[in-house]
Design a protein around this ligand. Structure first.
Ligand SMILES: [Zn+2]
Length: 293
Protein backbone atom coordinates (compact mmCIF):
# COMPACT_ATOMS: atom_id res chain seq x y z
CA UNK A 1 0.00 0.00 0.00
CA UNK A 2 2.78 2.39 0.96
CA UNK A 3 4.56 1.53 -2.27
CA UNK A 4 1.43 2.33 -4.19
CA UNK A 5 1.22 5.84 -2.67
CA UNK A 6 4.92 6.52 -3.05
CA UNK A 7 4.89 5.62 -6.68
CA UNK A 8 1.58 7.19 -7.62
CA UNK A 9 2.28 10.72 -9.00
CA UNK A 10 -1.32 11.76 -8.29
CA UNK A 11 -0.33 12.16 -4.63
CA UNK A 12 2.26 14.67 -5.73
CA UNK A 13 -0.27 16.83 -7.62
CA UNK A 14 0.06 15.40 -11.09
CA UNK A 15 -3.02 14.73 -13.17
CA UNK A 16 -2.84 11.75 -15.43
CA UNK A 17 -5.46 10.69 -17.94
CA UNK A 18 -5.66 8.45 -20.95
CA UNK A 19 -3.96 5.43 -19.40
CA UNK A 20 -6.56 3.17 -20.88
CA UNK A 21 -8.71 3.56 -23.95
CA UNK A 22 -12.11 2.22 -24.80
CA UNK A 23 -14.31 2.68 -27.82
CA UNK A 24 -17.80 3.12 -26.37
CA UNK A 25 -19.93 2.53 -29.41
CA UNK A 26 -18.04 -0.53 -30.56
CA UNK A 27 -17.91 -1.95 -27.01
CA UNK A 28 -14.29 -2.73 -27.52
CA UNK A 29 -12.32 -4.00 -24.64
CA UNK A 30 -10.18 -1.58 -22.73
CA UNK A 31 -6.59 -1.56 -23.74
CA UNK A 32 -3.59 -0.16 -21.94
CA UNK A 33 -2.13 2.93 -23.58
CA UNK A 34 1.65 3.24 -23.76
CA UNK A 35 3.16 5.67 -21.22
CA UNK A 36 4.22 8.12 -23.94
CA UNK A 37 0.57 8.68 -24.94
CA UNK A 38 -0.70 9.51 -21.42
CA UNK A 39 -2.09 12.94 -20.71
CA UNK A 40 0.10 14.25 -17.91
CA UNK A 41 -0.53 17.62 -16.25
CA UNK A 42 1.94 18.38 -13.48
CA UNK A 43 0.88 20.61 -10.54
CA UNK A 44 -2.76 20.10 -11.49
CA UNK A 45 -3.93 20.00 -7.89
CA UNK A 46 -2.42 20.56 -4.46
CA UNK A 47 0.06 17.82 -3.76
CA UNK A 48 -0.52 15.54 -0.78
CA UNK A 49 3.17 14.74 -0.91
CA UNK A 50 5.54 17.49 -2.04
CA UNK A 51 8.30 16.74 -4.50
CA UNK A 52 10.87 17.24 -1.71
CA UNK A 53 9.00 14.90 0.61
CA UNK A 54 8.79 12.39 -2.20
CA UNK A 55 12.57 12.47 -2.66
CA UNK A 56 13.05 11.99 1.10
CA UNK A 57 10.64 9.07 1.10
CA UNK A 58 12.56 7.47 -1.77
CA UNK A 59 15.71 7.60 0.37
CA UNK A 60 14.13 5.69 3.25
CA UNK A 61 12.09 3.39 1.08
CA UNK A 62 13.59 -0.05 1.37
CA UNK A 63 15.36 -1.36 -1.68
CA UNK A 64 13.25 -3.66 -3.76
CA UNK A 65 12.52 -6.36 -1.27
CA UNK A 66 12.94 -9.89 -2.50
CA UNK A 67 10.11 -12.28 -1.88
CA UNK A 68 10.85 -13.84 1.50
CA UNK A 69 13.26 -16.73 1.06
CA UNK A 70 11.74 -20.01 2.07
CA UNK A 71 13.52 -21.23 5.20
CA UNK A 72 15.90 -24.03 4.24
CA UNK A 73 15.30 -27.27 6.07
CA UNK A 74 18.08 -29.70 5.23
CA UNK A 75 16.90 -32.34 7.69
CA UNK A 76 13.21 -32.15 6.81
CA UNK A 77 11.73 -35.62 6.39
CA UNK A 78 14.82 -37.19 7.96
CA UNK A 79 14.84 -35.90 11.52
CA UNK A 80 12.46 -37.68 13.92
CA UNK A 81 11.51 -37.55 17.57
CA UNK A 82 13.31 -40.40 19.35
CA UNK A 83 10.49 -40.63 21.91
CA UNK A 84 7.39 -40.97 19.75
CA UNK A 85 8.84 -41.41 16.24
CA UNK A 86 6.98 -38.41 14.85
CA UNK A 87 8.61 -36.15 12.25
CA UNK A 88 10.18 -33.02 13.69
CA UNK A 89 9.18 -29.66 12.26
CA UNK A 90 11.26 -26.58 11.66
CA UNK A 91 9.92 -23.96 14.07
CA UNK A 92 10.81 -20.55 15.47
CA UNK A 93 9.61 -18.81 18.62
CA UNK A 94 9.69 -15.56 16.58
CA UNK A 95 13.11 -14.87 17.93
CA UNK A 96 16.14 -15.40 15.72
CA UNK A 97 16.71 -19.00 16.73
CA UNK A 98 15.03 -21.90 15.00
CA UNK A 99 14.30 -25.32 16.47
CA UNK A 100 13.27 -28.79 15.49
CA UNK A 101 10.06 -29.56 17.31
CA UNK A 102 8.26 -32.90 17.58
CA UNK A 103 5.24 -32.75 15.26
CA UNK A 104 2.99 -34.59 17.71
CA UNK A 105 3.99 -32.32 20.57
CA UNK A 106 3.32 -29.26 18.39
CA UNK A 107 -0.12 -30.56 17.46
CA UNK A 108 -1.37 -32.21 20.67
CA UNK A 109 0.77 -30.73 23.42
CA UNK A 110 3.35 -31.97 25.92
CA UNK A 111 0.84 -34.45 27.37
CA UNK A 112 1.31 -36.56 24.25
CA UNK A 113 5.09 -36.18 23.86
CA UNK A 114 7.32 -34.20 26.19
CA UNK A 115 10.53 -34.46 24.15
CA UNK A 116 12.82 -31.44 24.12
CA UNK A 117 13.19 -29.13 21.13
CA UNK A 118 16.55 -29.21 19.38
CA UNK A 119 18.24 -26.07 18.00
CA UNK A 120 18.31 -26.30 14.22
CA UNK A 121 21.77 -24.82 13.75
CA UNK A 122 23.20 -27.20 16.34
CA UNK A 123 21.54 -30.13 14.54
CA UNK A 124 23.24 -29.10 11.29
CA UNK A 125 26.62 -28.86 12.99
CA UNK A 126 26.26 -32.20 14.74
CA UNK A 127 25.17 -34.02 11.56
CA UNK A 128 28.08 -32.50 9.63
CA UNK A 129 30.50 -33.51 12.37
CA UNK A 130 29.22 -37.09 12.48
CA UNK A 131 29.47 -37.32 8.67
CA UNK A 132 33.09 -36.13 8.75
CA UNK A 133 34.11 -38.40 11.61
CA UNK A 134 32.57 -41.48 10.04
CA UNK A 135 34.05 -40.70 6.64
CA UNK A 136 37.48 -40.46 8.25
CA UNK A 137 36.89 -43.70 10.09
CA UNK A 138 35.95 -45.43 6.82
CA UNK A 139 39.14 -44.21 5.17
CA UNK A 140 41.25 -45.28 8.17
CA UNK A 141 39.71 -48.74 8.30
CA UNK A 142 40.16 -49.08 4.55
CA UNK A 143 43.91 -48.51 4.95
CA UNK A 144 44.10 -51.07 7.76
CA UNK A 145 42.23 -53.62 5.63
CA UNK A 146 44.45 -52.95 2.62
CA UNK A 147 47.54 -53.67 4.71
CA UNK A 148 46.06 -56.84 6.17
CA UNK A 149 45.07 -58.01 2.68
CA UNK A 150 48.71 -57.84 1.64
CA UNK A 151 50.25 -59.45 4.70
CA UNK A 152 52.13 -62.78 4.77
CA UNK A 153 49.26 -64.30 6.72
CA UNK A 154 46.84 -63.22 4.02
CA UNK A 155 49.00 -64.81 1.30
CA UNK A 156 49.06 -68.07 3.21
CA UNK A 157 45.33 -67.90 3.82
CA UNK A 158 44.58 -67.20 0.15
CA UNK A 159 46.62 -70.25 -0.90
CA UNK A 160 44.83 -72.36 1.66
CA UNK A 161 41.47 -71.04 0.43
CA UNK A 162 42.29 -71.86 -3.19
CA UNK A 163 43.14 -75.42 -2.10
CA UNK A 164 39.89 -75.71 -0.17
CA UNK A 165 37.88 -74.42 -3.12
CA UNK A 166 39.43 -77.06 -5.40
CA UNK A 167 38.81 -79.83 -2.86
CA UNK A 168 35.21 -78.71 -2.28
CA UNK A 169 34.45 -78.77 -5.99
CA UNK A 170 35.81 -82.31 -6.32
CA UNK A 171 33.85 -83.45 -3.29
CA UNK A 172 30.66 -81.92 -4.67
CA UNK A 173 31.07 -83.72 -8.01
CA UNK A 174 31.72 -87.00 -6.24
CA UNK A 175 28.75 -86.69 -3.89
CA UNK A 176 26.41 -85.67 -6.70
CA UNK A 177 27.43 -88.70 -8.74
CA UNK A 178 26.95 -91.03 -5.74
CA UNK A 179 23.50 -89.56 -5.17
CA UNK A 180 22.43 -90.05 -8.75
CA UNK A 181 23.73 -93.66 -8.67
CA UNK A 182 21.37 -94.55 -5.80
CA UNK A 183 18.40 -95.01 -8.08
CA UNK A 184 20.25 -97.54 -10.20
CA UNK A 185 21.24 -99.43 -7.01
CA UNK A 186 17.59 -99.49 -5.94
CA UNK A 187 16.44 -100.69 -9.36
CA UNK A 188 19.07 -103.43 -9.43
CA UNK A 189 18.08 -104.58 -5.96
CA UNK A 190 21.43 -103.69 -4.37
CA UNK A 191 19.61 -101.53 -1.75
CA UNK A 192 16.05 -101.55 -0.47
CA UNK A 193 13.69 -98.54 -0.47
CA UNK A 194 14.38 -97.71 3.17
CA UNK A 195 18.13 -97.57 2.54
CA UNK A 196 17.51 -95.55 -0.65
CA UNK A 197 15.55 -92.89 1.25
CA UNK A 198 18.13 -92.63 4.06
CA UNK A 199 21.09 -92.34 1.66
CA UNK A 200 19.32 -89.83 -0.61
CA UNK A 201 18.66 -87.57 2.37
CA UNK A 202 22.22 -87.99 3.61
CA UNK A 203 23.82 -87.06 0.27
CA UNK A 204 21.45 -84.11 -0.19
CA UNK A 205 22.42 -82.72 3.18
CA UNK A 206 26.08 -83.27 2.44
CA UNK A 207 25.78 -81.44 -0.89
CA UNK A 208 24.08 -78.51 0.82
CA UNK A 209 26.87 -78.24 3.37
CA UNK A 210 29.57 -78.50 0.70
CA UNK A 211 27.96 -75.84 -1.49
CA UNK A 212 27.58 -73.51 1.50
CA UNK A 213 31.25 -73.91 2.41
CA UNK A 214 32.34 -73.38 -1.20
CA UNK A 215 30.34 -70.16 -1.40
CA UNK A 216 31.92 -68.90 1.81
CA UNK A 217 35.48 -69.73 0.63
CA UNK A 218 34.81 -67.91 -2.62
CA UNK A 219 33.37 -64.93 -0.76
CA UNK A 220 36.44 -64.66 1.48
CA UNK A 221 38.75 -64.97 -1.52
CA UNK A 222 36.83 -62.26 -3.38
CA UNK A 223 37.07 -59.95 -0.35
CA UNK A 224 40.85 -60.21 -0.33
CA UNK A 225 41.01 -58.81 -3.85
CA UNK A 226 39.06 -55.59 -3.38
CA UNK A 227 37.96 -53.37 -0.51
CA UNK A 228 34.19 -53.04 -0.01
CA UNK A 229 34.68 -49.29 -0.52
CA UNK A 230 36.05 -49.78 -4.03
CA UNK A 231 33.05 -51.82 -4.97
CA UNK A 232 30.58 -49.03 -4.16
CA UNK A 233 30.08 -45.35 -4.80
CA UNK A 234 30.94 -44.57 -1.16
CA UNK A 235 34.51 -43.54 -2.02
CA UNK A 236 33.21 -41.13 -4.67
CA UNK A 237 30.86 -39.60 -2.10
CA UNK A 238 33.66 -39.25 0.43
CA UNK A 239 35.83 -37.42 -2.12
CA UNK A 240 32.93 -35.17 -2.99
CA UNK A 241 31.88 -34.16 0.52
CA UNK A 242 34.94 -34.64 2.73
CA UNK A 243 36.01 -31.03 2.68
CA UNK A 244 32.61 -29.36 2.79
CA UNK A 245 32.30 -26.80 5.55
CA UNK A 246 28.55 -26.52 5.58
CA UNK A 247 25.75 -28.97 5.45
CA UNK A 248 23.49 -28.93 2.39
CA UNK A 249 20.32 -30.71 1.38
CA UNK A 250 22.23 -32.54 -1.36
CA UNK A 251 24.74 -33.83 1.18
CA UNK A 252 22.01 -34.97 3.57
CA UNK A 253 20.18 -36.79 0.78
CA UNK A 254 23.37 -38.53 -0.33
CA UNK A 255 24.67 -39.55 3.09
CA UNK A 256 22.11 -39.41 5.88
CA UNK A 257 19.54 -42.12 6.45
CA UNK A 258 17.87 -40.98 9.66
CA UNK A 259 18.37 -38.59 12.55
CA UNK A 260 16.72 -39.13 15.93
CA UNK A 261 16.42 -36.58 18.72
CA UNK A 262 16.62 -38.22 22.13
CA UNK A 263 16.33 -35.74 25.00
CA UNK A 264 18.86 -33.26 23.76
CA UNK A 265 21.03 -35.87 22.05
CA UNK A 266 21.21 -36.49 18.31
CA UNK A 267 21.52 -39.98 16.92
CA UNK A 268 22.71 -39.78 13.33
CA UNK A 269 22.32 -42.87 11.14
CA UNK A 270 24.34 -42.61 7.94
CA UNK A 271 23.68 -44.51 4.75
CA UNK A 272 27.19 -45.98 4.73
CA UNK A 273 27.02 -47.40 8.27
CA UNK A 274 26.79 -50.89 6.77
CA UNK A 275 30.11 -50.33 5.00
CA UNK A 276 31.70 -49.38 8.30
CA UNK A 277 30.41 -52.62 9.80
CA UNK A 278 31.59 -54.66 6.82
CA UNK A 279 35.10 -53.19 7.01
CA UNK A 280 35.30 -53.96 10.74
CA UNK A 281 34.19 -57.54 10.12
CA UNK A 282 36.78 -58.06 7.38
CA UNK A 283 39.52 -56.63 9.58
CA UNK A 284 38.56 -58.99 12.42
CA UNK A 285 38.53 -61.90 9.96
CA UNK A 286 42.07 -61.14 8.79
CA UNK A 287 43.36 -60.64 12.32
CA UNK A 288 42.08 -64.13 13.12
CA UNK A 289 44.21 -65.54 10.26
CA UNK A 290 47.31 -64.55 12.18
CA UNK A 291 46.26 -66.76 15.07
CA UNK A 292 45.41 -69.80 12.99
CA UNK A 293 48.83 -69.99 11.35
ZN1 LIG B 1 7.69 -36.79 20.05
Amino acid sequence: MLNHIINNPVYRGTYIAGKESMCLYRHEKRRTVPKEEWIVIENNHEALVTEEEYKEILKIKPKHRKTKRREENYLGGIIRCGKCGSAMNDWTDHGTKRYYVCGRKARYGVGVCDCRNYPKEKAYQTVLQVIKEEMQELLDLDIVLEKLNHSKEADRHIKMLSGKIQASKLEITKTASLKSGLYVDLRDGLINEEKYRVLTTEYSERLETLNGALKEYERVLEDTKQSPLDRTEVKVLIDKYKRKRNLSREMVDALVKEVFVNDGELEVVLKFNDKLLKLSELIDERRAWKDEN
